[in-house]
Design a protein around this ligand. Structure first.
Ligand code: CS2
Ligand code: MN
Length: 356
């Protein structure tokens, strides 16, 4: 297992490389060019710049999260081929600096969705929260406007150009079914996986977050059966998973350790975080500790360890602690993710010791 940490880039993240350097065990930064709109071909000079910055601290840049998929590809519009071409161009350029894994998602319109970004918790910290009933009656445009009012950074999947087009996107998806999304995903994979194989880049799809339909938009990477179907769309090792325990964990029936065991040879990137799911389906993000949430993180780590997992891992969202919500990106502060790493490495080291 290779531990990594998400970094939003120079002058775009208060959690700077020198801070990340002080977290034990981190070998690489998970990065992206966050100002690139979906469908744009990434400039090679910009890519090289990130490599240079990471090199200075001795971090690898093996994992990119995300190269966003243009909406026309998900919708299966005639213009999709042009956007698949630029996607491939970006993959080629990333390969030249040694990128080995690209994480992406295939969710219509939105990336992750929450109803509150700073829900106060009992210990005084605050965290991302999802209140199911709120999503049922709120107009999505209203929700986005409300949430983005309190945040002056761009969150992944919430890029201004995407938000501007939100009403248009919803119209485009009327009468669109989950089967349409499966077809369009297959079309995309059939074009990009042969390229990934040639470049030896592992493509890693991120599960949908939350792992159920919202606002009437279909979501398909949500459970074991659908993951199995996804992997068989193009049965090639380069067509794999970014297995996120927090996203799959939003649905209590997902047995994540057993999902990890079943698909371990196709998992290239592990996102580890915990969520506490309430009886009414609401959920809040918690510390990584197993007893704090609904996902048994100890069993998750055991499943990876017993499967001989050699891929990348990172702590995913953390709570906001000690006032850091004033400067950090929602879910991506420093402290809880750093403590999360220590918890994950603590479990891992013990599992390694047990082998001796
Ligand atoms: C994050 C995602 O919500 C999450 O779990 O890891 O925002 C992730 O970065 C994207 O879906 C990847 O495309
Ligand atoms: Mn994740």
């Amino acid at each position: 297992m290779k531990m990594t940490f998400r970094w939003y880039g120079k002058d775009n993240d208060e959690v700077t490389l020198d801070k990340i350097k002080q977290i034990p065990g981190v070998e690489g930064v998970v990065w992206s060019l966050h100002d690139m709109a979906a469908g744009e071909s990434w400039p090679i000079e910009r890519i090289k710049e990130v490599k240079k910055q990471a090199d200075e601290y001795g971090f690898n840049i093996d994992v990119v999260e995300s190269v966003n998929v243009h909406e026309d590809i998900k919708l299966g519009l005639p213009t999709r081929d042009k956007y698949i071409e630029t996607y491939i161009e970006t993959m080629e350029k990333l390969a030249t600096v040694g990128v080995k894994c690209i994480c992406y998602n295939f969710m219509p319109v939105f990336d992750w969705t929450r109803t509150e970004l700073y829900k106060k918790t009992e210990d005084g910290s605050n965290a991302l929260f999802f209140e199911k009933s709120k999503i049922e009656d709120i107009d999505p445009v209203e929700l986005i406007n409300k949430l983005s009012k309190n945040v002056d950074v761009t969150m992944p999947g919430w890029e201004p150009e995407r938000l501007e087009k939100i009403e248009e996107s919803f119209k485009a998806y009327s009468d669109f079914t989950a089967e349409d999304l499966w077809d369009n995903l297959k079309y995309f994979l059939e074009k990009i996986i042969p390229v990934a194989e040639r470049l030896d880049i592992k493509m890693a799809i991120h599960p949908d977050d939350p792992a159920f339909d919202i606002f009437g938009l279909p979501r398909i990477i949500i459970n074991r059966d659908n993951i199995r179907r996804f992997l068989s769309l193009v049965d090639n090792k380069h067509n794999g998973l970014a297995l996120c325990t927090g996203s799959l964990g939003s649905v209590i029936t997902n047995d994540i350790p057993s999902i990890i065991r079943e698909f371990s040879d196709r998992i290239h990137f592990a996102h580890v975080r915990n969520v506490k799911v309430f009886e009414n389906g609401d959920f809040i993000e918690t510390s990584h500790r197993a007893c704090d949430g609904s996902v048994d993180i100890v069993e998750v780590m055991r499943a990876y360890h017993e499967s001989g997992y050699e891929g990348y891992m990172r702590p995913d969202h953390g709570r906001h602690l000690w006032g850091e919500e004033k400067w950090c990106r929602p879910g991506y502060g420093l402290y809880d993710r750093a403590m999360g790493i220590m918890y994950l490495l603590g479990i891992w080291d013990q599992l390694e010791k047990n082998k001796e």
